[in-house]
Design a protein around this ligand. Sequence first.
Ligand code: UT7
Length: 314
Amino acid sequence: MNRVGIIGIGAYVPENIVTNRDLEKRVDTNDEWIRARTGIEERRIASDDIDTSHMAIKAAKEAIRDAGIEAEDIDLILVATATPDYSFPSVACLVQGALELQHAAAMDVGAACSGFVYGVVTGQQFVQSGTYKHVLVIGSEKFSKIVDWSDRNTSVLFGDGAGAVVLSTVSEERGILASDLGADGRGAYHLLVEKESNFVAMNGREVFKFAVRQMPESSMLVVDKAGLTKEDVHFLVPHQANMRIIDAARERLGLSKEKVSTTVKEHGNTSAASIPLALYTELQNGNIQDDDVIVMVGFGGGLTWGSICLRWGT
Ligand code: UT7
């Protein structure tokens, strides 16, 4: 069976920065509360003319360039998103059309904030089996369009953005070593888009409890499945929702603060885009090198979770 890894990565965030102070003017909140409870300092918000597909296309172009392949080499496009431009066609088809990837199959993956991890593990199966050579996996979200900007419970949390990777075969010792996907539909109504309003609604405390339990557990599980111990982990790239949840996962893995991505400060919670955006940022900052063992772990609506233990490099 082929070993599968990430051979290219790209990202995109809108230019417009919205700070906590900006939000103080819109709802009854304050910078101190947002920083202390979430770790968020600012987020990017897309303008009206930029939708989820536009951000996905920008991130995808960079990932394909970074992989050193041609766009027509892509066999399958998977877009993880909870905020598609339309209920159909899929964002994946919009990307396929815009990039003229004529022979690529295309579909969206619906697993909310865990969607990117679900997408990578799904794409891995096709490459591992030899069915496809190159799979483009994108996480792209425009949560700003489903946020009630008069609700302080949710409007301070989210941001817009996209990240993309190209999966392909890599050398035997590198790539995805182990993964874990899971769901608990009993918690489905803790985090959802309300039918009446079309706005995101959340039982924050329940989601928090679930995340603090599940993120560390799933992270530890993939390390174990990979035949490694937590001492072997160089870097943790968790879903960027809340600094306190990230800290819980970090402590369980026994990692120091420099060994965990905390882009939630600048991006807020970008749902399915958060892990590829964080991974991109850490690579840019030189925090992840070839042969480093990294753990990516997501959780979110569904409720869902997913983890990947991967040795970086091709
Ligand atoms: O991708 C997955 C998405 N979701 C998550 O990851 C969310 C997980 N949950 C959380 O991150 C946290 O539960 C929140 C950050 C959402 C909330 O933090 P918390 O420590 O659970 O606060 P809380 O909801 O218990 O609220 C505490 C107080 C409340 O006031 P009272 O009832 O104690 O008087 C809230 O009304 O804070 C109030 N509050 C705010 N105050 C200022 C809630 N939102 C705000 C706000 N500014 N934006």
